[in-house]
Design a protein around this ligand. Structure first.
Ligand SMILES: [Cu+2]
Length: 280
């Protein structure tokens, strides 16, 4: 599954169904990609919001929640099957991924059938990481967010900063959206800092690719200029860092040159495109 990733990093090892492949490859001077469509970009909220989806109940374990989405057992099973897919990708266990995807597809209620078939079909067709897959999977995540009672986090990006970053982050299944108001490709790669690590965020930033290092990749969301990307994060309590690893100069017109190693400056986080947050 990782054959198109150019370098071993904690993030690619925990590659997601969503946009992470594109993000990680581009981050190391990798792949060119086509322009995304604008679906979802215009209805993105202007301000960041977090939704405490399940009220006072812990959101990390839907199975233990008495506040079932819509009271619909089929829907709950579908949501949980999807979280199992995401978890399997996090673990990187190929056999677990296959079984989880199969169960997820089988659990899709009628209203999600087409969206699931489209996204999974692209993935099974080897197009995981393609702009078409990223768009289809993002639409599916967006459609599932409310019915599955997931938290919603929306952040915006410019060259080279994140805006509208929420102050409070809640643990649990989370849909994260990134709206790109800049001129370059941006992403937001999220890492959880190991418990007990007290190094400053500035010291930690360059260590994201460190094997067995102080940070573990949680997931990523990316967006071409003018677009809004969606991704899934299974957030657990603790200290986190979000950063952009995209090389400076990664405009849509310039991606080929960056891929060829003929362009591309230092990663955006060196311009200050990062933030630290705590999941409670
Ligand atoms: Cu960036």
């Amino acid at each position: 599954m990782d054959t198109n990733l150019a370098t071993p990093t904690p993030v690619p090892a925990r590659r997601r169904l969503a946009a992470l492949a594109l993000a990680a490859v581009l981050a190391v001077g990798g792949v060119a990609c086509g322009s995304d469509d604008d679906d979802g970009a215009t209805d993105a909220p202007d301000t960041t919001e977090t939704t405490a989806a399940t009220g006072d109940a812990p959101v990390g374990d839907p199975a233990s929640s008495s506040d079932e989405p819509s009271g619909d057992a089929d829907l709950l099973a579908f949501c949980e099957a999807h979280e199992a897919v995401e978890a399997a990708f996090m673990e990187g266990d190929e056999s677990a991924i296959g079984a989880a995807v199969e169960a997820f597809t089988a659990a899709a209620p009628d209203e999600f059938r087409d969206a699931v078939d489209t996204a999974i079909g692209l993935a099974l067709d080897g197009q995981e990481g393609s702009p078409e897959f990223v768009a289809a999977y993002g639409e599916l995540l967006d459609a599932m967010q409310e019915p599955c009672d997931r938290n919603l986090v929306a952040v915006s990006a410019t060259d080279y900063a994140y805006d509208d970053v929420p102050e409070a982050w809640e643990a649990g299944p989370t849909v994260v959206k990134l709206r790109n108001d800049g001129t370059e490709f941006h992403h937001m790669v999220v890492y959880r800092v190991a418990d007990g690590v007290t190094d400053s965020v500035e010291d930690l930033l360059p260590r994201s690719h460190e094997e067995g290092g102080p940070m573990t990749g949680v997931g990523a969301v990316d967006a071409m200029p003018g677009d809004t990307g969606s991704s899934f994060l299974g957030l657990e309590p603790g200290r986190h860092i979000a950063m952009c690893l995209v090389p400076t100069g990664a405009t849509p017109e310039n991606l080929d040159a960056i891929q060829a190693g003929e362009a591309g400056g230092p990663p955006h986080f060196e311009h200050g495109m990062y933030f630290e947050f705590t999941v409670a």
